[in-house]
Design a protein around this ligand. Structure first.
Ligand code: MG
Length: 312
């Protein structure tokens, strides 16, 4: 019994040591596995972070590329939008005149259409100095005019009103065209040359020196162009410019940058019909309500004018 007891006593510690050793090994193994797992996680984490950063960088480059591409497309489209609108297939269908109409025109003197430049046919600004106007330039200017003002070189960036070329082409067949601008000759002549484009339809020109300075503003005396007021009228965005000739004026909305403007096109049917009247004042006097603000501020401006009795 004692021996068996001893054996039990001797065996018991050996069993415990083995268990302890196995337990330690297990713990070490578990710890090493855990460490390995942690390292693995670290590697995976670092690997994923690297991948994530690379993906972010790639996305950034893709976004940058597409934003640049879209900007390029947008700028190109904006630049060509005005041209697309200006050169779209808008046509004013001129029907052949009846013999009676031709006969009537034959006995009527050719009328004179006086054209303003700024904000009527074109809009311009110089050397990046854009005036506080509604809208922004759509695309590049149609042409740039380098001039020298008071010994300083100045570049004017000129934008043509939509359909201006077509308008000039059509009305030049109906009227004698005259440019009358309150701008300086060095600028006005260069702009007119560009609009004329060697067609020789804008050969008569009047500039600031031909205007009358009244109350700090320039007005245009149509008698400087022609004394016969029955056959001369002006197209101008500024009522002040023709304040003495309200019966000889067609007002037009000021134009700055709107590429969808169709004011010039809308005038063609009216101008087509106006060439058949004997006295332009008999028709244009009916526009008096359009100059209401001007007549209210200057009621005496109409006294000097004589409204024709004939309406034909
Ligand atoms: Mg003007």
């Amino acid at each position: 019994m004692p021996s068996s007891t001893v054996i039990r006593i001797q065996r018991a510690p050996s069993i415990n040591r083995n268990n302890y050793s196995n337990t330690n090994d297990d713990k070490k193994h578990t710890l090493s596995m855990f460490r390995l797992f942690i390292h693995l996680l670290d590697y995976i984490y670092l690997f994923n972070i690297n991948i994530f950063l690379h993906v972010l960088l790639l996305l950034k480059r893709i976004f940058k590329f597409f934003s640049g591409f879209l900007s390029f497309v947008f700028v190109s489209l904006c630049g060509s939008r005005k041209k697309l609108i200006q050169f779209q297939s808008v046509k004013y269908y001129t029907c052949p005149l009846q013999p009676l109409s031709l006969h009537r025109l034959h006995f009527l003197p050719r009328k004179i259409l006086v054209l303003d430049l700024d904000e009527t046919l074109i809009h311009s600004h110089h050397d990046g100095l854009i005036r506080a106007v509604t809208g922004k330039p759509v695309g590049p200017p149609d042409f740039i005019i380098p001039v020298e003002i008071e010994k300083h070189p100045v570049r004017f960036f000129v934008y043509k009103r939509p359909h201006v070329d077509y308008f000039l082409e059509i009305v030049s067949k109906w009227y004698e065209l005259v440019v009358f601008t309150a701008s300086m000759e060095i600028y006005g002549a260069a702009v007119t040359d560009k609009l004329d484009n060697n067609r020789n339809i804008l050969s008569r020109r009047f500039f600031r020196q031909h205007c009358t300075l009244e109350s700090g503003t320039y007005s245009k005396d149509l008698c400087v162009v022609n004394n016969d007021l029955s056959r001369i009228f002006i197209l101008d965005n500024s009522p002040v410019a023709y304040r003495s000739y309200l019966f000889n004026a067609i007002p037009i909305k000021s134009w700055f940058f709107d590429p969808t403007d169709t004011c010039l096109l809308s005038l063609l049917p009216f101008l087509d019909a106006l060439r058949f009247c004997r006295d332009v004042r008999s028709v244009l006097a009916m526009n008096l309500h359009l100059h209401r603000n001007l007549t209210m501020t200057n009621p005496n401006s109409l006294i000097t004018q004589v409204l024709p009795s004939s309406t034909s």
